[in-house]
Design a protein around this ligand. Structure first.
Ligand SMILES: Cc1cc2nc3c(=O)[nH]c(=O)nc-3n(C[C@H](O)[C@H](O)[C@H](O)COP(=O)(O)OP(=O)(O)OC[C@H]3O[C@@H](n4cnc5c(N)ncnc54)[C@H](O)[C@@H]3O)c2cc1C
Length: 442
């Protein structure tokens, strides 16, 4: 039984089908028949970029899905050749990265994955059905299903299950349901980011090969913008700011805000597009990580995944990818048997969350942050470094890959050009990185 038929729920259900004869998705929404936005996923109409790793994992869970989505109008491109990535030091150098990127709207992606899942006759959906509580065995040690209310109201009904997967998003009520049964709620790490989004849809007038344009915030210009090419010749464009600063959604103000970003890339691209809607807002207060893996006591028969486990500042586009990694991990944990599943899964999921969480909340070690700034400044001139950076930010490679000696030397080489003293600096930088010492001192 999976609570939530959104991205995390659908991907988890796919992994469950290898181990269970029947899987039921329960969602309080009536699910649309086509690729449409819906109330239970209010973020769905905002720009959703799928990280390279996310596409890779989703493709392995649903083989052929990339080509099917392209056949439905999604756009496939190379991360570097068909993307413009602006950082404080400038735009990443153009070149081929070999990293495949898919431009697809969130509603089409979700709809298509759910349709693929439901083609399997062992999957059922209980839509328009809200989960009100978990159902426990008499001794309270095991979850045996969920209590639901149908949309017609009436008394709560029990839906029994061998395993319940909570994929009900960032407002999941599992902590409260556990507490009602005498368990501790998980420790929560909440890191405020207070982001405000304004999003508008546009139609392409003159198609080019670009799939994404992104302008990151800088220390002096804390506003950012991202536009992702979607099916139907559309671009979804989101502008973001923090605290009291709010991007307007009406067209003139939206364009003016885009012009105020650190790079003109997004504003320039808007000029050639036809506006399609009136725009909408979203407010995202904080990244939130629930530490289920640290609980001493946890019932059998329950696991938590997706945003219910960790919800990231959306600016880094990580949520769907982490949900995919967790779904894959759930499959691996089940391959090893059902015993002690929750503890094993939550522990392994925490490992997948660690790096994206560090990126999202900016919790990396100071020397690393200084080194990344240097690397990005060099990547403005060097496509190989640009690709190396994207491989890490898209969760294909671990961050340690950027500390390999050839990469460090390349950063040093590009940084100082061919001038005197280059070898010295390279040597000092390499030594410091290997010893884990601050790089800027070099
Ligand atoms: C503004 C914004 C932009 C984002 N941009 C990106 C991006 O660019 N890239 C990216 O990868 N991620 C992005 N994300 C994150 C992404 O949307 C989520 O990580 C992703 O949808 C996975 O979420 P989920 O399936 O866990 O939960 P959700 O998508 O929130 O779905 C939860 C589901 O559970 C159902 N549900 C909830 N409670 C109950 C209940 N009690 N009973 C029954 N059903 C219930 C809901 O109806 C819904 O279908 C963004 C998020 C926001 C807010």
């Amino acid at each position: 039984m999976v609570i939530g038929a959104s991205i995390a729920g659908v991907l988890a259900a796919r992994s469950l089908t290898r181990h269970y004869d029947r899987v039921t998705l329960v969602d309080r929404d009536e699910l649309p028949h086509g690729p449409a936005a819906r109330g239970g996923v209010p973020q769905g109409r905002h720009t959703h970029g799928l990280l390279v790793r996310g596409l890779q994992v989703i493709e392995s869970l649903f083989p052929g899905v990339t080509d099917e989505l392209v056949a439905e109008g999604a756009v496939l491109g190379d991360m570097l050749a068909d993307g413009r990535w602006n950082f404080p030091a400038g735009r990443l150098a153009s070149g081929r990265s070999g990293l495949r990127m898919l431009g697809v709207s969130r509603p089409l992606l979700e709809h298509h994955l759910r349709r693929r899942l439901l083609a399997d006759s062992r999957i059922r959906v209980a839509e328009g059905t809200s989960v009100l509580d978990l159902a426990f065995a008499a001794d309270g040690a095991r979850v045996v299903g969920v209590r639901v209310a149908g949309c017609s109201g009436g008394r709560a009904e029990l839906l029994a299950a061998d395993l319940v997967v909570d994929a009900s998003g960032r407002n999941a009520r599992t902590p409260e349901w556990l507490q009602r049964r005498g368990y501790d709620a998980p420790e929560e790490e909440v890191v405020r980011c207070d982001k405000h989004y304004a999003t508008r849809q546009f139609r392409v007038r003159k198609p080019d090969r670009m799939v994404v344009r992104a302008v990151n915030a800088t220390a002096t210009k804390p506003r950012s913008g991202v536009m992702v090419r979607n099916e139907d010749d559309r671009w979804t464009v989101s502008l973001t700011s923090t605290a009291g600063d709010r991007p307007p959604r009406e067209l003139d103000g939206f364009v003016r805000f885009a012009r105020s970003l650190a790079s003109p890339d997004v504003a320039a691209a808007l000029r050639g597009l036809e506006p399609l809607d009136d725009g909408l807002f979203y407010r995202f207060p904080a990244s939130r990580r629930r530490r289920y893996e640290r609980l001493a006591e946890f019932p059998e028969g329950l696991v938590v995944t997706g945003d219910a486990l960790c919800s990231f500042d959306p600016v880094y586009g990580q949520g769907m990818t982490v949900a995919a990694l967790e779904a894959e991990e759930l499959g691996r944990c089940l391959d090893a048997g059902r015993h002690d599943l929750a503890r094993r899964f939550h522990k392994r999921a925490a490992v997948h969350i660690d790096t994206p969480w560090m990126i999202a909340v900016g919790a990396g070690p100071r020397p690393m942050a200084a080194y990344i700034d240097r690397l990005l400044a060099a990547a403005v001139h060097d496509p190989e470094l640009a690709a190396a950076f994207l491989r890490v930010s898209h969760l294909v490679d671990p961050p340690q890959q950027l500390l390999r000696l050839p990469v460090v030397l390349r950063v040093a080489k590009v940084s100082v050009g061919l001038g005197r003293g280059r070898h010295d600096l390279e040597k000092r930088l390499a030594q410091r990185v290997q010893k884990g010492l601050p790089v800027d001192a070099a």
